[in-house]
Structure formats: C-alpha cells, structure tokens
Write a protein that binds this ligand. Structure first.
Ligand code: G1P
Length: 296
C-alpha cells in the first residue's frame, strides 16, 4: 500500500520584488484575487486533495500570513452580533486547526530547493506535496486532487506539467520526456530554466509536486544550480534513472500570479466566475474592449 499524501509544503519565503512597492509591507501571498488572498487558493486546493498538515516555509516580514490563518474572535463576535452569517462562514473557512499548521523559517533566500529542504524534519519518511502559491490553477477538480489520483496509480515523484511556447521554456523547469502516456509522462531528465533554444521539450513544470522523501535526501547534497540557487528540479531529476519521475498534464487553467500580467488575468477570470460580479465586470470589459487603445 502506498502511503497517503497528507503533508504539504508551501514555500512562501520569497521577497516578492516583482510586486514592489505593494510587497514592501505585505507578503505577496496575502495579495488578493477578488476577495481572497493568493495563499487561500493554494490551501483550499490542498484541503480538497486530502492534505491534513500544512507547512509554510516563511521568512522575515511574513507575520501577516500567520495572523491570516488564526482565529479572529473579536471579528467573529462582531459579525455574529450583526447576524452576518455569510461573512462569518467566509471568515471561518480561513481558520486552521491548532497543530495542523507549522511555520519554518528559511533564514536566507537560497532557492526553492533549499526552502523545501528547510521542512525536512517535519516531513520525515513520508511522501509530501509542494504547492507554489504563485501558480493559481482554476479547475473543476483541483489540480492536486487530480495528481493524488494519478499518483495512486503510478507512485514515485510527480510534477504538474503544461505545454508552453518554446520561447517561454527558459522561465520554467522543463521535462525531458522518455515515454508519453497521455496525461502522465515518464521523464528521463529535467532541466531548470534551460537557455533559449536548448529546452529538451516544451513540457514545463508548474508549481504542484508530489515527492518522495528521497528527494529531501537529495536536497541535502544539492549544489547550486540555475541562477546560483539550490533547485528543487535538480533534486527531482536525480530520481529519473529509477524511472520514478512523472509529469502530469492537469486539466485546468493556470495563472502565473508571480507576474503582474498573470495576476491581472487571474483577477479578471476569477471575477467573471463569480455570479455576484460577473455581469457588471463583463459589461465593463466589453466597453473597454470597444474603446480605441489610445483612449484606454
Ligand atoms: C519555479 C520552479 C520551476 C517551475 C516554476 C513554475 O520557478 O523552479 O521549475 O517551472 O516554479 O511556476 P520560479 O517561477 O520560482 O522561478
């Protein structure tokens, strides 16, 4: 029997410089898509996939994140007195049970691989998920849930994957495909941020992973890779020889909320998906689209 994936790591130590000055005083992960912070989307996705233990790898200046997941008794009382039950429900969905959430500090930014490795003692000898909150994925069945189901069949290490334009491949980890079985591919290699024109395929890694504890061990020995950072991709790539690295083509729409354009696109898409906002927003967008570009 394969062990169930019940632990997830959320690397949230990044400085968020692409969103300065906003991120001078608020963590990037607290920035909101419509009315929920980015991190809430990742947490909801993990919960839907059966995750019970949530591990945040944080850094200085991220205390707003810790408060966000705490109970807010004063606020709850005020809403209760006013009979605002829908807001109360929305608020309660952000509370995490005591003991379900842990915060680990990454004391220096040394890359995604290093951030994940910081959680090694809490992971122990179990498979674990990693979710990068910058990648927001709208899907009927959550992306991680789809992966958990595929993992139950094939095991090993699994990374979410998506076809990207060749000129974009150098922004991602890219899979070298050994065998393409449709939604699941077996990898024979993985390269982090390949130089333009050298990517082994156009199948890019998106920020959802199910990993074996072996990858944690690999991270302990990992040297600096692309960009002078310890790369998670490199630690996973060490497992390809055992045939234990799979890419999973998820069904859903991914938004790169690490970029301003992606964040705006996600805001519009999630706004249009909301019955209470859809009509007004759609009217506004069609008015904007009808205007000549110079007038906008
Ligand atoms: C990280 C990973 C990369 C992956 C990407 C997906 O890169 O290192 O392999 O393709 O997330 O969003 P980053 O975007 O943090 O540079």
């Amino acid at each position: 029997m394969r062990k169930k994936v019940i632990k997830a790591i959320f690397p949230v130590a990044g400085l968020g410089t692409r969103f300065l000055p906003a991120t001078k005083s608020i963590p990037k992960e607290i920035m909101t898509l419509v009315d929920r912070p980015l991190i809430q989307y990742a947490i909801d996705e993990a919960r839907a996939a059966g995750i019970k233990e949530f591990i945040f790898v944080t850094s200085r200046g991220k205390s707003a994140l810790e408060d966000y997941f705490d109970d807010a008794p004063e606020l709850e009382n005020a809403l209760r007195k006013k009979g605002k039950t829908d807001l109360l429900d929305a608020l309660r969905s952000t509370n995490m049970d005591s003991g379900a959430i842990a915060y680990i500090r990454q004391n220096r930014p040394q890359g995604l691989g290093h951030a994940v490795w910081c959680a090694r003692r809490l992971i122990g000898d179990e498979p674990f998920a990693v979710l990068l909150p910058d990648d927001v994925i709208a899907a009927e069945k959550s992306c991680l849930q789809q992966m958990v189901e595929a993992y139950a069949e094939v095991g090993g290490n699994m990374v979410a994957a998506m076809e990207v334009a060749p000129e974009k491949a150098s922004s991602y980890g890219v899979l070298d495909v050994a065998e393409d079985m449709g939604s699941v591919v077996r990898a024979k290699g993985m390269v982090e941020k390949p130089a333009l024109g050298t990517a082994p395929s156009n199948l890019a890694v998106i920020g959802r992973y199910i990993l074996t504890p072996k990858v944690m061990q690999n991270l302990s020995r990992m040297k600096q890779g692309a960009g002078g950072e310890i790369q998670l991709t490199d630690a996973i790539a060490e497992e390809v020889d055992s045939g234990q690295v799979h890419g999973f083509r998820f069904r859903g729409q991914r938004y790169d909320c690490g970029s301003k354009a992606g964040f705006l696109q996600a805001t519009v898409a999630f706004g249009l998906a909301r019955p209470d906002l859809r009509d007004e927003l759609a009217d506004f967008l069609s008015q904007m689209a009808a205007l000549p570009k110079a007038a906008q």
